[in-house]
Design a protein around this ligand. Structure first.
Ligand SMILES: Cc1cc2nc3c(=O)[nH]c(=O)nc-3n(C[C@H](O)[C@H](O)[C@H](O)COP(=O)(O)O)c2cc1C
Length: 94
């Protein structure tokens, strides 16, 4: 594919009913990555792991796609906690 991204793509999603997850996966696929690294922050144990050690969890990921649903105009607080834990250090996010 002409516009294939060769860097390692991660997909971080909060998706209790799976719509956000499907959209994020489609975006990764459109970027040429059929098997991205999935970071499912819907699950409390994974959120805890990410928040306590974000650098290890994100190691090797060059481009992170983040998806979350909006409830009554706001992001779920669990998602905001995860976003606050991330340090991009110049990496791309979409
Ligand atoms: C209580 C509730 C409130 C919602 N509020 C909004 C909203 O303000 N804006 C919006 O665009 N979608 C809203 N939605 C739709 C959700 O964002 C949508 O269902 C989302 O795709 C669910 O994601 P998921 O399938 O990944 O869990 C709301 C859904 C629920 C259940």
């Amino acid at each position: 594919m002409e516009n294939k991204v060769t860097k390692r793509i991660g997909v971080m999603y909060f998706s209790p009913t799976n719509t956000t997850a499907k959209i994020c996966k489609a975006i990764a696929s459109g970027m040429g990555e059929e098997v991205p690294e999935y970071l499912n922050i819907t699950k409390p144990d994974f959120r805890e792991k990410l928040i306590s050690n974000p650098e290890t969890v994100l190691k090797g990921i060059d481009h992170l796609i983040i998806g979350a649903p909006v409830y009554t105009g706001k992001l779920p607080s669990q998602v905001i906690e995860c976003l606050n834990a991330l340090k991009g250090k110049g990496k791309k996010a979409g």
